[in-house]
Design a protein around this ligand. Structure first.
Ligand SMILES: CC(C)(COP(=O)(O)OP(=O)(O)OC[C@H]1O[C@@H](n2cnc3c(N)ncnc32)[C@H](O)[C@@H]1OP(=O)(O)O)[C@@H](O)C(=O)NCCC(=O)NCCS
Length: 175
């Protein structure tokens, strides 16, 4: 697998895999919401803090879209991550996150935030496995705290946060 920063032209390629990689989670409404979460601006203006993986034949294998908070210098944010279903449980996403944590620590951030949709049990398992904690919410869905109406009426979200650790900072100074 090769890694590179994304560009505007990659947006369509990422959109094309979302339904397959998310297993059509949430039906048509979920599909529409996901596509709207990735306008081209992310690929243009957050390329330096994002990464895209490709197989030797050029096929998309994984991506991470993240950025440093403009308003909160101590925070960085992972907006979207996906791994080809054929390559799961091999540490690909964990590697992408480690890379992001090192970049964020080098840039002065002290924590990384992320959200996911209620019902995305894989995402919850992944985020908690790599050290994120779930921020308490007013309601639980499938036993997990959710932030009610976080992204608009009916658009509940699970919110995660993870402090950047001395190990993340050490990795940043190595790279
Ligand atoms: C979530 C996702 C990015 C994880 O990618 P991945 O490369 O398979 O994850 P990793 O191999 O790095 O997993 C690291 C750890 O997370 C946990 N984990 C990952 N997937 C899991 C699953 N399906 N069930 C339980 N735990 C899981 C495990 O502890 C795993 O370590 P282990 O394999 O040694 O047990 C991937 O499943 C995906 O693309 N899902 C669809 C898109 C999505 O939901 N993105 C997140 C919301 S934006």
């Amino acid at each position: 697998m090769r890694w590179r920063r994304p560009g505007g032209a990659d947006q369509a390629r990422v959109l094309a895999v979302l339904d397959d990689w998310w297993g059509a989670l949430g039906g048509e409404a979920g599909s529409r919401q996901r596509a709207l979460l990735l306008p081209r601006l992310f690929f243009q203006h957050f390329a330096d803090t994002s990464l895209l993986g490709e197989a030797t034949d050029g096929r998309l294998t994984a991506f991470l879209i993240g950025f440093r908070s403009a308003a909160q210098p101590d925070a960085a944010y992972i907006h979207f991550v996906g791994v080809d279903p054929a390559l799961r449980r091999r540490g690909v996403a964990a590697g992408l996150y480690r890379w992001f944590f090192a970049q964020a620590a080098a840039g002065g951030a002290r924590r990384v935030d992320a959200i996911t949709s209620p019902g995305n049990a894989t995402s919850v398992a992944f985020h908690t496995a790599i050290g994120f904690r779930i921020i308490p919410g007013r309601r639980t869905v499938d036993g997990v705290d959710v932030q009610v109406d976080y992204d608009g009426p009916g658009l509940h979200r699970i919110a995660f946060t993870r402090p950047l650790t001395p190990a993340d900072t050490a990795r940043a100074s190595e790279s």
